[in-house]
Design a protein around this ligand. Structure first.
Ligand code: GLC
Length: 408
């Protein structure tokens, strides 16, 4: 599949699709970039990428990997440390750590995200709110009122809160935020104890179960990221759980409904206010036939992102959306208003589950989903999940650990 320039091509699965940037790269370097399609959700993408990497000859060159994959596919990826030392030194050490496995930097962070709550700035003003919710209780009260008001004005399919309730990784992100904010732990703790079967986690799932049909549409149980985005784009919800990242803030006009959307951290519960870490890193396959071209594209993407972040300085006027109570991660200068203590950024337990993370997450997703659909009581689902996680990981059970000062 060589292009005009002999072997000057590189292939990239579409998790990192950036059409404008890729075209610029191709113009500047003469290297042809082929994007290959990927399924929509993270664990389905992982399954396909694993299959391609195992069949060495079909291996993509540059791979955008979800922050939860490094421990699962590290053996197929090049150590990038020798090639990117200057980029690595300008990036956040915690983020580099998220992509370091057994001393190898298998990926360079790119478009790292945190979970956030998007809110309709116009509707908050219309209903007399001066700030977005900071707790789940407040979110419920505001969602109920705005939903009732909008429906009374004829928008019959308007809902208070949309999120990702399909049986996919997006649900792990949502449900982890619910339970950690309630003091229910990280499913599996840093000390490798399975903590998920506890009353705070159970209560947090029960609360989310009550949202369905009340402030969240029944269809939320099959919403992926794209489905929730579509509801938001068609102005049918007051609040939306989504992702924010620095690059997006630098290009915020490309976001969905840019003029009507503000962002704040995910609401807090009895214990804390937390935002899950998400996002992508760029890796080069050990089996790539075009490693130099892949490295060149990787360097191009990273430098483009670093340049955008340097330009993020808030100018007065309309240079960024309304931002409220966001942690440093999306730009320290991004918080136009600050209240209380800053929310924590938390990791999913992919760092302590090694190669088993996808099985752990699938089991968690099934358990939470069965509670949301009322197939199982939350108490039964948590007890069953605990048993499954013992079988999957071989770890012992134990209580949730308090959040450390580092946040996760
Ligand atoms: C986003 C995040 C990723 C997460 C996924 C879940 O793509 O970047 O980390 O796993 O959403 O839907």
């Amino acid at each position: 599949m060589a292009g005009n320039n002999g072997d000057q091509k590189t292939s990239v699965p579409s998790r990192v699709r950036q059409t404008g940037e890729t075209e610029r790269f191709a113009r500047e370097t003469g290297i042809r970039v082929e994007h290959s399609p990927l399924p929509e959700t993270s664990l389905a993408q992982l399954a396909l990428v694993q299959k391609l990497l195992r069949a060495h000859s079909a291996s993509p060159d540059l791979i955008g990997i979800d922050v939860i994959w490094p421990e699962i596919i590290d053996e197929y990826l090049l150590d990038l440390k020798p090639y990117f030392s200057s980029e690595i030194s300008s990036l956040d050490p915690d983020l580099i750590a998220s992509f370091t496995v057994k001393g190898k930097v298998v990926s360079i962070p790119y478009h790292m995200q945190i979970g956030v709550l998007a809110y309709r700035t116009d509707l908050l003003r219309k209903y007399g709110y001066t700030r977005p919710p900071s707790t789940w209780d407040e979110l419920e009260r505001m969602a109920v009122r705005i939903q009732a008001g909008e429906r009374a004005e004829g928008k019959k399919d308007f809902w208070g809160y949309v999120w990702q309730g399909a049986a996919a990784e997006g649900l792990t992100c949502n449900a982890l935020e619910w339970q950690v904010s309630q003091g229910g732990g990280r499913i599996i703790e840093k000390n490798k104890t399975i903590s998920v079967n506890n009353s705070a986690a159970i209560q947090s799932w029960q609360r989310a179960g009550r949202w369905i049909g009340w402030i969240s549409p029944p269809g939320v149980l099959s919403y992926t990221e794209a489905d929730a985005t579509n509801v938001w784009a068609s102005e049918r919800a007051a609040f939306w759980r989504t992702w924010e990242w620095k690059y997006r803030l630098a290009h915020w006009r490309e976001a969905t409904l840019p003029d009507l959307t503000g962002y704040t951290s995910v609401p807090g519960g009895a214990a804390a206010r937390v935002d899950v870490l998400g996002g992508t890193g760029l890796s080069v396959s050990r089996f790539s036939g075009h490693p130099q071209q892949a490295m060149a594209l990787l360097r191009f993407f990273i430098n483009d992102e670093l340049a955008s972040e340097r330009n993020l300085a808030p100018a007065p006027g309309h240079t960024q959306p309304e931002l409220y109570d966001l942690p440093w991660f999306v730009g320290a200068n991004a918080s136009s208003q600050k209240l209380g203590s800053p929310p924590r950024i938390i990791n999913r337990p992919s760092d302590v589950t090694g190669q088993a993370y996808d099985k752990v997450s699938q089991a968690y997703i099934q358990a939470v989903h069965s509670v949301l659909t009322h197939e199982r009581s939350a108490t039964d689902a948590a007890a069953l999940l605990e048993k499954e996680l013992v079988v999957i990981t071989g770890y012992k059970t134990g209580p949730p650990q308090p959040l450390t000062s580092g946040g996760n």
